[in-house]
Design a protein around this ligand. Structure first.
Ligand code: NAD
Length: 495
């Protein structure tokens, strides 16, 4: 059985005394073991990063930018190989894997503008002979802890901007699909990143805690579930680090009676069942305003679900692949099984679908008459289950979304510009789509939710990430003639 090892200082490393299994979710077979780093191994990787960061930060900015242009090219040229690695351990269909690569490329393109992004400000003559300017300096070594669901895109969300700003990175990917991060580290080095600037350590809580506790790590970016995000935020902040910890989601899509219902049904099916619902921006709740809208939408969604093709991600005919693990598949099925007893109506029961082999497949489910207080509504299911909540009015629909503790993404479907504008202002969610079901911001903006979907105050990638991964310094200068020198014990005033 292959052992997937850490990537430290440009080479494979790790004793692999503790390991975890890695599966191909389409077959259910174990395909590799992944090494779990000890605290000592993580500390050794951090020491390598501290050394390498000095050289990287000293490199001329134009030469540093070249690495990002080459990395962009490599990601484009090798996308088939990268997508195959994603699909083998994650299970998503190859087209979806390529989609995540292309969104990650946007982050590399943004970071390639680092000469512009790292510019400071300058004010001349703020007082007689006095100038002021700012510097943006790297934080040093930053930790990047990533979830299973985007094994290429989320590591690029973090590493592109962190590296652009002159930092070294310790990347701890999900232990469920760890190979993509090792491949990315090799590509960065092929693009010209000096060895040791981006290191990959695999593992579980022990490896993560070693990153959070190390005095040499200045900032931590985390993406994953809400309970872990909260604990990462508290532990890392307790050590005085800056932290951005992005958590889970329950994304609502509101459909007004005036919306194009066919378009809304297409959008709901795509956003609920794409990547088997294992996206933090997946739509998991459809809020239909009015019973007529609800009845029509449920019928249109159910009709489209019947045509979805579920199968191995490597089969070009498949539109949806398996879930990440057997346990997760069973957990998702449990929510559908429990929904009827909670008083909801299971319109389509995906747990009844049968699949050949031992892959972690489940069919798509649609549950109507869902209400807050039901587990199917309250919990993040992270699977192909779409709940329908019926609201009597726009106000009731907005109130429902605003009362939810998660606030990652949301969407409104309407043809009325006035309602849409009102929604933008009323809704308490970080990312909002108007007739756009998955409003994932382009690389030139930053990504982040509110409330329990983000702990910390910086959104990830884009402009906010440059702020997060740099420390600013303000320098006040004066070049007096020796003859002007005098003693003055008063507080410096510029008036
Ligand atoms: P997870 O929280 O289980 O794991 C995320 C990372 O934390 C992994 O690297 C994992 O090894 C590590 N980890 C797990 N338990 C830990 C512990 N006790 N202590 C320290 N580290 C620990 O999440 P997941 O299942 O890999 O990913 C799915 C979740 O991620 C969903 O909740 C989804 O909504 C969320 N997510 C959020 C966003 C976002 O942008 N808000 C994006 C993608 C995924």
């Amino acid at each position: 059985m292959d052992v997937i090892r850490h990537h430290i200082g440009g080479t494979e490393a790790g004793a692999a005394e503790r390991t975890g299994p890695v599966f191909d979710p389409a077959t259910g077979a174990q395909v590799a073991q992944v090494a779990f780093a000890s605290t000592a191994e993580v500390d050794a990787a951090i020491a390598v990063a501290v050394e390498a960061q000095r050289t990287w930060a000293a490199m001329g900015l134009v030469r540093r930018a070249d690495v990002f242009f080459r990395m962009r090219q490599l990601l484009i040229e090798r996308q088939d190989q990268i997508a195959a690695v994603i699909t083998r351990e994650h299970g998503k269909v190859l087209a979806d894997a390529k989609g995540e690569i292309s969104r990650g490329i946007e982050n590399v393109e943004f970071a390639a503008g680092l000469v512009h992004l790292l510019k400071g400000e300058h004010s001349t003559q703020v007082a007689g002979g006095v100038d002021v300017h700012t510097l943006k300096q790297p934080v040093g070594v930053v930790g990047a802890i990533t979830p299973f669901n985007f094994p290429v895109m989320v590591p690029l969300w973090m590493s592109a901007s962190a590296l652009a700003a002159g930092n070294a990175v310790i990347l701890k990917p999900s232990e469920k699909d760890p190979s993509a991060s090792v491949l990315l580290a090799r590509l960065w080095e092929e693009a010209g990143l000096p060895p040791g600037v981006l290191n990959v350590v695999h593992g579980d809580k022990e490896a993560v805690d070693a990153i959070l506790d190390s005095p040499a790590v200045g900032a931590v970016s985390f993406v994953g579930s809400t309970p872990i995000a909260r604990s990462i935020y508290e532990r890392a902040a307790g050590h005085g680090k800056r932290v951005q910890a992005l958590g889970g989601a329950k994304n609502h899509m509101i459909v007004m009676p005036d919306a194009d219902l066919d378009g809304a049904a297409d959008a709901a099916v795509s956003a609920a069942y794409g990547s088997a619902g294992e996206r933090c921006m997946a739509i998991s709740v459809l809020v239909a305003v009015g019973d007529t809208t609800a009845d029509a939408l449920v019928a249109k969604v159910a009709e489209r679900m019947a045509r979805l093709r579920i199968g191995p991600g490597t089969d070009p005919a498949s539109e949806m692949g398996p879930l990440i693990t057997r346990e997760h598949r069973d957990r998702v099925a449990g929510y559908v099984a429990g929904a009827a007893a909670e008083g909801a109506t299971v319109v389509v029961d995906g747990t009844l679908a049968e699949f050949a082999g031992d892959g972690f497949f489940v069919g798509t489910s649609l549950v109507d008459h869902v209400r807050p207080g039901m587990r199917v509504y309250d919990d993040e299911i992270f699977g192909p289950v779409l709940s329908v909540v019926r609201a009597a009015s726009y106000e009731e629909a907005v109130e429902l979304v605003n009362a939810n503790p998660f606030a990652n993404g949301t969407a409104l479907f309407t043809r009325d510009g006035g309602t849409a504008r009102r929604f933008e202002l009323d809704i308490q969610v970080g990312m909002v789509g108007i007739n756009v079901p998955l409003p994932v911001p382009i690389g030139a903006y930053s990504f982040g939710g509110w409330k329990q979907s983000l702990f910390g105050d910086s959104h990830i990638y884009g402009p906010e990430s440059i702020h997060f991964y740099t420390r600013s310094k303000v320098v006040t200068t004066r070049w007096p003639q020796p003859s002007e020198s005098q003693i003055d014990l008063g507080f410096p005033s510029n008036h």
